[in-house]
Ligand binder design. Structure first.
Ligand code: HEM
Length: 231
């Protein structure tokens, strides 16, 4: 919330020759697409925070908050500039819900693995079962987005967007390698209570997190250039 507020304030300052408190520019900014996107994100984050504070009884409220945060991305970016708009927006929301499930699980999974024991093993196994379906949905939604936004194979190697997309898909391949290594080697060792297995899994999830950060870097490259190339 602080970062997006700072970003909005910088946009106001740019548009008003340095007057960061200009009320007229703030009104224009908050009613523009980026402003609406930021307000939707704030509402979603507040709902998630409140639901976390209230506890399991407010799970539906928290889920609505997560959906709002994912939906806020459909007000800005490339999916607003291409057709069919509804399919693109739906694919982006599905993609982002799956992304948050995967990226958001890494830290709690690493903490649980470090503790070790059969409870941690059950947790990681349960997560992996759900992740199989969710990551499948993520890749499918990503492929739909790529097809609708880029639309031709040669753009993958002739435009900065295509190259960033290829880098992203390569990095996702590395992440899938980590997932397989965890599922078939490290989690069974954790379930069998092998000494040091929890620490090994936690360290490996740490490396996976670094690759995940690189994926977000590739996304940033993609969203700052055009899917169709310049001109
Ligand atoms: C861990 C894996 C992944 C992560 C963390 C991830 C993350 C993201 C995020 C955060 C966005 C939203 C960008 C925005 O609207 O501002 C996005 C969009 C997108 N993703 Fe992924 N993604 C992943 C996997 C994939 C895969 C495997 C593909 C392709 C098969 C893909 C293709 C796309 C495309 C084409 C977009 C639209 C970007 C645009 O608006 O130009 N993603 N991804």
């Amino acid at each position: 919330m602080v970062v997006s507020l700072a970003w909005l304030a910088s946009q106001v300052a740019l548009a008003s020759d340095g007057d960061v408190l200009d009320p007229e520019i703030w009104t224009v900014m908050l009613t523009s697409r980026p402003g609406i996107s930021v307000i939707t994100t704030w509402a979603g984050l507040l709902a998630v925070g409140l639901a976390t504070w209230i506890g399991p009884g407010a799970m539906v409220f928290g889920a609505a908050g997560i959906l709002a945060i994912a939906a806020s991305f459909t007000a800005v970016g490339h999916t607003t500039q291409h057709q069919p708009r509804t399919l693109l927006a739906t694919a982006l929301v599905v993609h982002l819900l799956a992304v948050s499930f995967w990226a958001g699980s890494l830290w709690p999974l690493a903490l649980a693995s470090r503790r070790g024991g059969p409870t941690a093993a059950r947790l990681v196994e349960g997560w992996a079962r759900a992740a199989g379906w969710i990551v499948g949905g993520l890749v499918l939604a990503g492929a739909v987005l790529a097809w609708l936004l880029v639309g031709r194979l040669d753009a993958l190697v002739t435009t900065p967007y295509g190259l960033a997309l290829l880098a992203k898909v390569g990095l996702v391949g590395v992440l899938l390698g980590f997932a397989a290594w965890h599922r078939f080697r490290l989690t069974p060792a954790l379930a069998a209570n092998t000494p040091g297995s929890g620490a090994r899994l936690a360290a490996s999830i740490g490396w996976e997190t670094l690759v995940m950060i690189a994926v977000f870097w590739a996304v940033a490259e993609m969203t700052s250039t055009s899917p169709q190339g310049e001109g």
